[in-house]
Ligand binder design. Structure first.
Ligand SMILES: N[C@@H](CCC(=O)N[C@@H](CS)C(=O)NCC(=O)O)C(=O)O
Length: 210
């Protein structure tokens, strides 16, 4: 029996975890944290020394990192089929997309949004990620032939990708979604669990303004 608590903020990567928890039909509590204050308080830093959200606790187990939490929940609720079976060959592709997101898409996107460095071709050789255009093209090309990242199976990897695309799409100067990615996002955000998570997020935002 799980004892889940999500530490989050309504304007954070925690939104993808709310969506995942709703997909899992999990019972969980939510602790809302404010940026700069409760997120940096000693009680929370004891759980997540970076003072960042989301964090999920399952009893005494503490899990930070959005990708780790998504993966953990998919495995805790196998009946929801949000990950391929551990021994199936599709598991390899599933890991590929989860890690591709963390090691390529996120750093390339963050770099572009904050203009951290003007990445030259020579730098890409060592940085470990390709240019954002190349990365986005890889997703688009794959999704033009597959309904989801894992073909016909919707998984935690789709929640991870869709969550970021929804957010990034609000900044037109960083990323422009082509028709394939626009349709992919539109279809995934029609899922009941996503709609419920958005409703919850509105409630959280209202609560934090009280
Ligand atoms: N790598 C972490 C990143 C977490 C992160 O940066 N969260 C942001 C919100 S999306 C945050 O808590 N920022 C507040 C701060 O750093 O003070 C993850 O994937 O969960």
């Amino acid at each position: 029996m799980s004892d889940l608590t999500l530490y989050t903020h309504p304007h954070s990567r925690g939104v993808s975890i709310s969506w995942m928890l709703e997909e899992c039909q999990a019972n969980y509590q939510v602790k809302l944290l404010q940026f700069h204050t409760s997120m940096k308080a000693p009680e929370y830093l004891a759980l997540n020394p970076a003072g960042k959200v989301p964090t999920l606790t399952d009893g005494a187990v503490v899990i930070s990192e959005t990708a780790a939490i998504l993966t953990y929940l998919a495995d805790q609720y196998p009946e929801r089929q949000l990950a391929p079976a551990v021994t199936s060959p599709q598991r390899g592709e599933y890991y590929k997309w989860l890690f591709f997101f963390c090691n390529q898409l996120e750093p390339a996107l963050t770099n572009k949004k904050h203009a951290i460095i003007d990445v030259t071709d020579k730098m890409h050789f060592e940085l470990g990620y390709a240019s954002l255009d190349v990365i986005i093209q890889q997703y688009s090309q794959h999704l033009s032939q597959n309904r989801y990242l894992l073909g016909e199976q919707f998984t935690a990897a789709d929640i991870q990708l869709t969550g970021l695309l929804v957010w990034a799409n609000t900044f037109q100067d960083i990323i422009q979604l082509d028709q394939t990615l626009t349709d992919y996002v539109a279809s995934n955000t029609q899922r009941e669990a996503f709609v419920r998570a958005m409703q919850l997020n509105q409630d959280y935002t209202a609560k934090m303004q009280d």
